[in-house]
Design a protein around this ligand. Structure first.
Ligand code: ADP
Ligand code: MG
Length: 315
């Protein structure tokens, strides 16, 4: 393989064969790799250039890894291993072969309401787990950090009646690479680089404090969660129409628009999108964080939980 010889070699990473570069960031490259002994078991490895970072930035990488270590959810990219050499950190992650949701939006222009619901519900499951079970806020939810894990098999329309003893045989469905009739597969939340622990999942209290917690700390916890909910509103808006709710060439004007919560359901793009979806988005893109939907309220909304007549009748 010509490509393989062009892949960089990293000290201490001999166990893995780097196959291709999948992405990059300010201090990192992300590679697809496989186990050198079995030639099987593909992973994603985030190689972070430690030598370019100051001590604060290094501490942040260790925090990212520490937070990921404690997470276990089907819609969150799993941490497989972590090691370091003199110059690099190696973060070995569960591979999401479908790449970024961002690229799927570009490919399809926009998603149907059903497909958007399928995607955002999975993001919401991840957020519910973070906010309600783990005491973590992500703080960087965006299409680039939502990765796509294609499900190769879609259950066949007319499954054969099962024979006794066949119970754990998988249904033979048809193969659908990427987005197909059977949906888009699984979505996994990645990149915990900006994430923060807000409460201790052991004691169920705001971090490190019992009883003497000041109101602003309690409020701060609620505010940090609402940051993820706003971002989810932006993602859902973008999925449904193909462009983000807030945009301007000038950063200054854009910042002003966000601060005022100045967005519209622009005609003609939004004309055929259900009022129910718009209602849900408006409860996420609410400037006052106290009034913004929490993850619980989000999951209870009719557009999400399928009790909504307008959208389910159309499907
Ligand atoms: P950064 O902090 O630099 O944004 P990310 O963790 O978001 O780092 O990784 C950068 C990019 O690498 C992602 O946007 C994605 O394209 C790719 N990537 C990261 N993790 C994985 C993974 N587990 N599977 C597939 N691609 C990944
Ligand atoms: Mg990222």
């Amino acid at each position: 393989n010509m490509n393989r010889s062009k892949m960089p070699k990293y000290p201490g990473l001999e166990r893995w064969i780097l196959v291709e570069k999948m992405g990059d960031g300010a201090f990192s490259n992300v590679y697809r790799a496989k186990d050198s002994t079995t030639e099987y078991g593909e992973v994603a490895i985030k190689v972070v250039r430690k030598f370019e970072m100051n001590s604060n930035q290094r501490a942040n990488i260790l925090k990212e890894v520490q937070i990921m270590r404690n997470l276990d959810h089907p819609n969150i990219v799993k941490l497989i291993d972590f090691s370091e050499s003199r110059q690099y950190y190696y973060i070995v992650l569960e591979l999401c072969p479908g790449g970024e949701l961002f690229h799927q939006i570009v490919r399809l222009t926009y998603f149907s309401e059903d497909l958007s619901r399928h995607v955002i519900r999975q993001v919401a499951e991840a957020i519910e787990y973070l906010h309600e079970t783990s005491g973590v806020v992500h703080r960087d939810i965006k299409p680039e950090n939502l990765l796509f894990y294609p499900t190769p098999y879609v259950p066949s329309k007319n499954p054969k009646p099962q024979q006794p003893g066949d119970e754990d045989k998988e249904d033979e469905g048809e193969f659908i690479p990427g987005v197909g009739a059977g949906g888009i597969g699984k979505i996994k939340l990645a990149d915990f680089g900006l994430s923060k622990v807000i409460w201790d999942s052991q004691t169920m209290t705001p971090c490190g404090t019992v009883g003497y917690t000041a109101p602003e700390i309690v409020k701060d916890e609620r505010y940090s969660k609402s940051v993820d909910m706003w971002a989810m509103g932006c993602v859902l808006y973008t999925l449904l129409c193909g462009f983000p709710p807030f945009y301007d060439e000038s950063i200054q004007v854009l910042t002003e628009k966000v601060a005022r919560g100045q967005y519209t359901f622009l005609s003609p793009w939004w004309d055929d999108i259900s009022k129910s979806a718009q209602d849900l988005i408006s409860h996420l893109l609410t400037v006052d964080p106290e009034k913004r939907y929490t993850i619980k309220e989000f999951l209870a909304h009719p557009w999400i939980n399928g009790t909504d007549e307008e959208t389910t009748a159309a499907a």
